[in-house]
Design a protein around this ligand. Structure first.
Ligand code: C2G
Length: 131
C-alpha cells in the first residue's frame, strides 16, 4: 500500500483544495492530510482561519480522497510524520516548489500544479466587496 501525505490549512475549503487532494490520492492508496492547527496558522503562517481546526478537520475527514487527518503543529514535524506513518510520497502544490526537497532523503516529493483561479484570500476579498 502506497502512503501519501500532504499538508495545508484548508480554510474555506474550495475546489482548488479538493483538486489537490484528488490528484494526491492518485499517487497511492492511502492519503494523510496534515491540517494546520489554529496556533500554527496564527504563530507561523500569520493566517487567521475562518473555521477553527476542529471544523476544518471534520471537513477534511468527509472528503472521499482523505483516509486520515492529523494536526500540523510545526514546520519541523514532516520528517517525523514521514517515518511515523511510513510515507512513500509527500505531495503539495507547486506554490511550494523546492521548499520541501529536503524530504527527498526520506520519500518521493511531488509538487502538483496549483489550481490557478481560486484561493481562500480571493474568496474573502470577493465577499468583502459584496458587503
Ligand atoms: N492549493 C491548490 N490550489 C489552490 C489553492 C491551494 O492546489 N487554488 C493547494 C496548496 O498548494 C496546498 C493545499 O492546496 O498544497 C492547501 O493549501 P493551503 O490551505 O493554502 O495550505 P498552505 O497554507 O499552503 O499550507 O507545511 C505546509 C503548509 O501547511 C501548507
Amino acid at each position: 500500500m502506497k502512503r501519501i501525505i500532504t499538508y495545508g490549512t484548508f480554510d474555506l475549503l474550495h475546489y482548488g483544495h479538493i483538486n489537490l487532494l484528488c490528484r494526491a490520492k492518485k499517487h497511492g492508496d492511502y492519503l494523510i492530510a496534515a491540517v494546520s492547527t489554529d496556533e500554527f496558522n496564527w504563530n507561523s503562517k500569520q493566517k487567521k482561519c475562518y473555521f477553527d481546526y476542529e471544523r476544518r478537520k471534520i471537513l477534511l475527514e468527509s472528503i472521499r480522497y482523505v483516509d486520515l487527518v492529523i494536526p500540523e503543529g510545526s514546520w519541523e514535524q514532516k520528517i517525523e510524520d514521514i517515518k511515523k506513518y511510513h510515507i512513500d510520497t509527500f505531495v503539495i502544490g507547486d506554490d511550494w516548489k523546492g521548499e520541501f526537497d529536503f524530504l527527498k532523503e526520506y520519500c518521493e516529493v511531488v509538487y502538483l500544479e496549483r489550481t490557478p483561479e481560486i484561493s481562500t484570500t480571493q474568496i474573502k476579498n470577493e465577499l468583502n466587496k459584496q458587503n
